[in-house]
Ligand binder design. Structure first.
Ligand code: AMP
Ligand code: ZN
Length: 473
């Protein structure tokens, strides 16, 4: 279908606090980094709101004509992981393997595309140590009690992402200064000395482990270069995580770290952020196994509210999402199975073009999924009545199918999930892409985990010269 000249994709940039036209800086390739999960437990559907948003962003960038080079990290060492692993008498690897596997399984169920690189923090410790040493050579760091801190006073632009004025905050935070032996309350740890009994890596900085912020800076720069096109995550990461990433990265390279910073709003429960610490959370497993919803219903619900609006999670919301999917599938069934009169209804053809245009405009408008969905549902309402009155003709079918396939290339909810235990072909492909990316990143442990995970679900992989082949047991 030929559409009138397209608007450009616009995204809200937290850095400039403006909606800006987006295109990558070089070639046609979008260099994108998104903060991934901390694998200390099952992810909840609040986390997946952010990961579904990232999936929509990926898909829409590609539909907009760009290629992608996307890195997502897995944080597989942090305080909570260390605490939980030691409580269960497991090594870090044994512990994080369980939740990494669970995360990948949930991603496949939610039909989240695999990023080009999925990278684990513990596989990049040497890179992190080298970066901290370079920051030290530039006098951006100091050591205190075996830990190494970033000295924020050496980065005068600190606060430019969160638009915080830190001058007033210092006094109130003095208690922290005493607790953590920091020179300034804002300073953050790059390298943490181990407490009694904690796991650590030997390094020229002394025994320890990396801080969370340095992980992302180092892996982003390693795989994508010094300046990214897009860096994304949930709004809770703006401060301090992304502010700290900017400080370290720009102190290291002297260049802007990312051109666009894109943040998704929270999933709420009764007005409060869904979070582990508040105990008001549902995992994907809870919703599928205890409440018997299909994963695509969760995907639809999370995708249907534009990412910059808060989304209040309710079971009524899930029911409405299920009804919306039924409507879409029934429409598709009508198109696939009904006999329509010969010919083309030109008016309906232009109605289809208008709907496609409106879908594109909605998505280009800072991924306004509500506008894009409205375009599809208004179209379905009009076409259903045109079918009832026999005005819809055989020649109108391809246009309607094209609109539905445009819709589904973003929302991906039309095909039903297979009965439990069986993976869809697209889920298998997505896990294989994850495994290929893991191998490319020399993360053979993750690659082996994925092979086992597929085997558990009855999928056998065969590595051949021409790529990976798979079959069902
Ligand atoms: P974490 O595993 O805690 O590092 O979080 C993974 C991602 O989930 C981050 O991008 C967070 O910003 C995001 N996130 C956490 N809670 C919520 C929530 N209630 N709604 C939306 N995103 C969230
Ligand atoms: Zn991060």
């Amino acid at each position: 279908m030929k559409l009138p000249v397209a608007m450009a994709l616009r995204l809200y940039n937290t850095l400039s606090q403006q909606v800006e036209e987006f295109s990558p800086a070089h070639d046609n390739l979008v260099r994108m980094y998104t903060c991934g999960p901390t694998v200390y437990d099952f992810a909840h559907i609040g986390n997946f709101r952010t990961f579904v948003f990232i999936d929509l962003l990926r898909r829409w960038l590609r539909i907009s004509g760009f290629q992608l080079d996307h890195v997502m990290n897995i944080t597989d060492v942090d305080d909570k992981i260390i605490r939980n692993a030691s409580a269960q008498g497991k090594s870090l690897d044994e512990y994080t393997e369980i939740y990494t596997k669970a995360f990948l399984d949930d991603c496949a169920k939610l039909r989240l595309e695999a990023p080009e690189h999925r990278v684990a923090a513990t596989k990049h410790i040497n890179d992190m140590v080298a970066a901290i040493e370079r920051l030290g050579a530039g006098e951006h760091t100091y050591a205190s009690d075996g830990s190494v801190y970033f000295r924020i006073s050496t980065f005068p632009q600190y606060g430019k992402l969160s638009h915080n004025d830190f001058s007033g905050n210092i006094a109130g935070a003095r208690v922290d200064v005493d607790t953590y032996e920091k020179a300034d309350a804002r300073d953050f740890a790059l390298w943490k000395a181990p407490k009694e009994g904690e796991p650590f890596w030997e390094s020229p900085l002394g025994p320890g482990r990396p801080g969370w912020h340095i992980e992302c800076s180092v892996m982003a720069i390693k795989y994508l270069g010094e300046t990214l096109d897009i860096h994304a995550g949930g709004v809770d990461l703006i401060f301090p995580h992304h502010e700290n990433e900017i400080a370290q990265s720009e102190a290291l390279t002297g260049r802007p770290f990312s051109r666009f910073w894109v943040h998704s709003e929270f999933l709420l429960v009764e007005g409060q952020k869904m979070s582990k610490s508040l105990g008001n959370y549902f995992t994907l497993r809870d919703i599928l196994e205890k409440h018997h919803y299909q994963p695509e219903v969760v995907r639809y619900l999370l995708a249907s509210v534009p990412y910059r609006k808060q989304l209040n999670f309710t079971f009524d919301g899930l029911k409405s999402a299920a009804t919306a999917i039924d409507r879409l599938r029934n429409f598709k069934l009508r198109l696939d199975t009904e006999q329509f009169p010969e010919g083309v209804n030109e008016q309906l053809s232009s109605r289809t073009t208008r709907a496609c245009r409106a879908f594109h405009d909605g998505m280009h408008d800072d991924l306004n999924t509500a506008e894009a969905l409205a375009a599809v549902f208004e179209y379905i309402r009009d076409v259903n009545s045109a079918m009832d009155s026999k005005e819809f003709r055989v020649g109108n079918v391809p246009g309607a199918v094209e609109l539905l396939s445009l819709f589904d290339s973003v929302f991906d909810v039309l095909s039903p999930a297979p009965s439990s235990g069986t993976l869809l072909d697209s889920e298998v492909e997505s896990l294989i892409a994850e495994r290929t990316a893991a191998k490319k990143a020399r993360n053979f442990q993750l690659a082996d985990q994925i092979r086992e995970q597929l085997l558990d679900r009855g999928i056998i992989l065969e590595d051949t010269k021409s790529g990976v082949r798979w079959k069902r047991k």
